[in-house]
Design a protein around this ligand. Sequence first.
Ligand code: AHG
Ligand code: MN
Ligand code: MN
Length: 341
Amino acid sequence: MKVKTLVEFIIERQSDFPYATGELTRLLSDISIAAKVVNREVNKAGLVDILGAEGSENIQGEEQQKLDVFANTQFIEALNAGGEVCGIASEELDDFIGLDGKVSRNGKYVVLIDPLDGSSNIDVNVSIGTIFSIYRRISFTGSATLEDFLQKGHEQVASGYVIYGSSTMLVYTTGHGVNGFTLDPSIGEFCLSHANITIPESGNIYSINEGNYVHFPDGVKKYIKYCQEADSPTNRPYTSRYIGSLVADFHRNMLKGGIYIYPETAKSPKGKLRLLYECNPLAFIAEQAGGKASNGFKRIMEVDPKELHQRCPLYIGSRLMVEDVEKFLEASRESAGLAQS
Ligand code: AHG
Ligand code: MN
Ligand code: MN
């Protein structure tokens, strides 16, 4: 059987875009090359002295690991050299980078990226990932402006993630379904392994950091109790699975059916995850696979971004499960409203 590589696949699909000039194809290919370099370092992480904290903190006040910095540099260099993007925003950078080289200042696209997701798992050989989101610029020329990055999620032209797991996969969408490619290390190519991925409309996995239970909104507490009740027609109690790497938790739930929740808490009233380079790109994938992504009130991809590193609660995965938790949230908001009046 002939394998289909990622680059062959995206070239074939180029005709999905009228007037396509191949720039998006080259951009996705640049990302996949940087991902291979990051993958090589992730695999070596146990062998070389690359583990441990870099000693600096990122804008969120979180400790950066060396591989975060390495991954950030790899993606930025690959995108910069490619010339298809006029700006890049990253979890690891306070502000966006406007590219104003001769070639890139006329790039049509901007990229937002979480270069290494789940970085607390690097030291312990547990799956980590990369998440990316691509928009067409709205400024006309020169390097990117902030407005190019602050677009709603439904304006994304492509998004995807790489999971560095027991095997390494790249999964992406351009709004025409979701496809997954597994890296064959013997030939160094991402090969089509999961064509046209769909999320089961329901499942029996729930993924949430239950250690924060006391800080959760009432509706989430009730939904967790619902997940734990015995009820054979609905296949409950559900199974709890939480890796602590959003990419890995999302990927498993997408293939098996499940829901991932990172709600607002008393500690973090806006949640923990970042709208532009964590929630939106995965929301695009989830919807394209037939699933759903909500902030508890509305569709993630309709949230209006106000700042680059904006946080957002996330309820994502199988459609019926996301709808269930939304009902619990709505009911407890209503009863809180009634109690107040
Ligand atoms: P990052 O490593 O990019 O900072 O992201 C970590 C995120 C996400 O991957 C994960 O699901 C979540 O943080 C875990 O947070 P808790 O440890 O609070 O559960
Ligand atoms: Mn992350
Ligand atoms: Mn990260």
